[in-house]
Ligand binder design. Structure first.
Ligand code: HSE
Length: 282
């Protein structure tokens, strides 16, 4: 038996599409056990307690890879990360399943292999890498390898998420993206990612308002979220250091100065109580 706790994540951080991600202090926990036969899944909505469960399907990929056939599997889930909100719930389930299966099969996989297999299942590394290593992680694909690096962010900022009560699947949010982009937009994002990494590295948080801006996905995905562009502007007016779509959305993530105690009150003036406001420490 093994207990695995995996954090949620916020991916992209504005311009770093499919490459930047941050682990959040919100978690899914899983207990995995090999049993005599069958599949038992508890702790989740009944609709997910079957063979199509993402945690279980991720386990099967690992058993297949290692060549291990468990007699039966029990998964007990305790989930705090909201589903399909752009907070890394899928990555957390995939990584939980991969780590759990690797343990039950006898720990054959290295941490690098866990990263690569979980990334293969998810399709991109920017949620998986921070969920596995913690903190703020840059991750890119080099063929099937994931090349990654942690960035230490100095103290001074926190993150406040505006989480709506509706869901948006990553599949749907990727489907609205164009298949090609202009040189102008590519240059815009290269510059912003560079500025973002330098600003986060040396604590120039005053630069974040320029650095988290994006042209590759937010302008397209924003149209899927009612009132998105208006709420972004209101967040800026309310004094956040930066605002971006968390992962594929629909959650909006804001970066706040640690000493700003008024932001939460200000956003409550323009969003209603269908939104969950959640604060994350670095
Ligand atoms: N980088 C991914 C995207 C994160 O924006 O589609 C969502 O899983």
């Amino acid at each position: 038996m093994i207990k695995v706790k995996v954090p949620g994540t916020s991916a992209n951080i504005g311009p770093g599409f499919d490459a930047l991600g941050l682990a959040l202090n919100i978690y899914n926990s899983f207990i995995f056990e090999e049993i005599d036969k069958g599949l038992e899944i508890s702790g989740c909505n009944k609709a997910f307690a079957n063979k199509n469960n993402l945690v279980y399907k991720s386990m099967l990929r690992i058993f297949d890879k290692i060549g291990y056939s468990p007699k039966g599997i029990r998964i007990d889930m305790s989930t705090d990360i909201p589903i399909s909100r752009g907070l890394g719930s899928s990555a957390s389930c995939i990584l939980g399943g991969v780590i759990g299966a690797n343990h039950l099969a006898g720990e054959h996989l290295s941490k690098e292999e866990i990263l690569e297999l979980a990334t293969e299942i998810e399709g991109h590394p920017d949620n998986i890498a921070p969920a596995l290593f913690g903190g703020f992680v840059v991750s890119v694909m080099e063929n099937k390898r994931v090349i990654y690096n942690n960035i230490h962010i100095p103290k001074g900022i926190k993150f406040i998420a505006l989480i709506p009560d509706f869901t948006l699947s990553t599949k749907e949010a990727r489907a609205v993206l164009p298949s090609t982009i202009s040189y102008k937009d590519a240059i815009y994002n290269v510059g912003r990612v560079s500025l973002l990494l330098s600003a986060l590295s040396n604590g120039r948080f005053d630069l974040l308002k320029y650095a988290v801006n994006d042209t590759l996905h937010e302008q397209y995905r924003g149209k899927l979220i009612p009132d998105y562009f208006n709420i972004v502007n209101k967040c800026r007016e309310a004094g956040c250091l930066g605002v971006f779509l968390s992962g594929a959305g629909p959650t909006l993530m804001t970066i706040i100065d640690n000493n700003d105690n008024k932001f939460k009150d200000k956003i409550n003036e323009f969003i209603d109580d269908t939104w969950d406001i959640r604060e994350f420490e670095l």
